[in-house]
Design a protein around this ligand. Structure first.
Ligand code: TGC
Ligand code: FAD
Length: 392
């Protein structure tokens, strides 16, 4: 088994802008990843299984609901700490970050923000400890970028609702204990519904044959006359703005996560380039390889500062949806470009599972599509700066 030799690049001393608490949390996540996840991640990806045994460890490093208040079992941390944890997880594998993103931003966040006190007390502590795992159902077979067109629906039956419809491409669905599902009521208003595994008519078939995010389980959510108790409806917000609010939080985490993947590829390529000898010298001595490496660290550094600044704005409740979109879009593209250059620096070795680069590259093909495609984020920026809506 290959040792994880990762050394995080910090070319412009961003660490000096972090608090002691940020660094402690980041370093704890980094060490845990090296010890517990790096040794098993390649095998999990090759076998296309999510390694469930890491769930308690993820909870222990605070990856489940980092910013949820301590009284509900969360870690009560700020948004930069949340981002740093996501960065460390995705440094190892986007699928591991995905699981934590979904649990934190797409399951705990809506229950905390839009749920009532009894829903918060019932679900949040168990989600924070990893005793319960959740998933988030927004995308449907015919409604991906346009979730407002969803057809999944609830009908009021007096003492309960009946839920019908289907969601697809749902991270964690095959093993999740609960699902936060978005469905329209009779008036066409979108409501959040907590669906529990075991409810009659609720199934979660797994999606197989993915070439990307293989260490993350993806599946469908199928609802066939599922009887939903009224207390499982999130009462405090409805409309498309409710799920979109969750996406702001998750996209923010992805912006940090993508930097982690890029940092890992840069670190791997830099080390390899110093060790690999061709024509009598290390390939790092050739200008063409230096160009790739120099551009990688430049782009990583720019993304680190953009994202740190976004974290500061988020802590002050001043980060806008459009800023988050810009950051997610920039960082994922930056990371994907870096995987491609890093892979070339490793030559043929770059295509093997002995190194993480190709795995990151494949993973990022999902990351550039989920939580809003690359195009959608560009149009969000376009709308923000011009005032013209180019979506429809
Ligand atoms: P639009 O008319 O713009 O907005 C509808 C309502 O929502 C409000 N709103 C927001 N509210 C809170 N936060 C935001 N970020 C908001 N953005 C918009 C808006 O004010 C409006 O409110 P109201 O009261 O007037 O109704 O909506 P639209 O139908 O034109 O769509 C806009 C668009 C395309 C940007 C949006 O729908 C979108 O972002 N599409 C992309 C879909 C997406 O990102 N799906 C992600 C699914 S989850 C996922 O991928 C998880 S992967 C997890 C993992 O494994 O890590
Ligand atoms: P489409 O919306 O069909 O888009 C296809 C193409 O058309 C894209 O290039 C897109 O940019 C472009 N396009 C669409 N509309 C426009 C427009 N107005 N202008 C210009 N171009 C446009 N969803 C969840 O709800 N929960 C999850 O947990 C979840 N996990 C996922 C995990 C994985 C591994 C993947 C791959 C996806 C996941 N998704 C999840 C779904 C994801 O959010 C959607 O795939 C994404 O929103 C895009 O939808 P789509 O795939 O239907 O593409």
């Amino acid at each position: 088994m290959k040792q994880d030799l990762y050394q995080a690049p910090d070319y412009f001393k961003l660490d000096e802008l972090l608090t002691e608490e940020h660094k402690l949390i980041r370093d704890a996540a980094r060490e845990w990843i090296k010890k517990e996840v790096s040794p098993i991640i390649e095998d999990a990806c090759q076998k296309a299984i999510f390694p469930k045994k890491i769930l308690p460890g993820l909870a222990e490093i605070g990856a489940f609901g980092p910013y949820i208040p301590v009284e509900y079992g969360g870690a009560g941390l700020d948004n930069i700490s949340y981002g740093l944890i996501m960065q460390e997880l995705e440094r190892c594998d986007s699928g591991i970050r995905s699981t934590a993103s979904v649990q934190s931003s797409l399951v705990m966040y809506p229950i905390y923000k839009y749920g009532n006190e009894s829903q918060r007390k019932k679900y949040l502590p168990k989600l924070a400890s990893g005793e319960l795992i959740g998933c988030f159902g927004l995308t449907e077979p015919n409604h991906g970028s346009n979730p407002g067109g969803m057809t999944t629906n609830i009908k009021d039956k007096g003492d309960h609702y009946l839920l019908n419809g289907a969601k697809m491409w749902i991270s964690n669905s095959p093993f999740a204990d609960i699902a936060v599902v978005w469905a329209k009521n009779e008036s066409g208003r979108i409501k959040g519904v907590i669906v529990e595994r075991g409810m009659d008519g609720f199934t979660t078939p797994e999606t197989h044959n993915k070439w990307s995010l293989r260490a993350s389980a993806t599946g469908e959510l199928v609802f066939d006359d599922v009887k939903i108790p009224k207390e499982n409806i999130l009462p405090n917000k409805d409309g498309l703005g409710a799920p979109l609010g969750c996406l702001d939080s998750a996209r923010y985490g992805i912006a940090w996560g993508a930097i982690g993947a890029a940092m890992d590829c840069y670190d791997t390529a830099l080390r390899y380039s110093k060790e690999r000898i061709q024509f009598g010298k290390p390939i790092a001595a050739f200008q063409l390889q230096q160009k790739k490496l120099a551009e990688m660290i430049t782009e990583i550094t720019k993304a680190q500062f953009l994202t740190w600044r976004l974290g500061v704005l988020k802590n002050e409740n001043r980060a806008t949806t459009a800023q988050i979109s810009m950051c997610k879009r920039n960082n994922v593209e930056m990371a994907l470009n870096i995987t491609r250059d890093a892979r070339q620096i490793l030559g043929a070795m770059g295509i093997t599972g002995d190194y993480s680069i190709m795995r990151h590259m494949m993973n990022l093909e999902s990351v550039i599509t989920y939580e809003g495609t690359h195009d959608i984020h560009l149009l969000i920026t376009g709308l923000d700066i011009t005032g013209e809506n180019a979506f429809k």
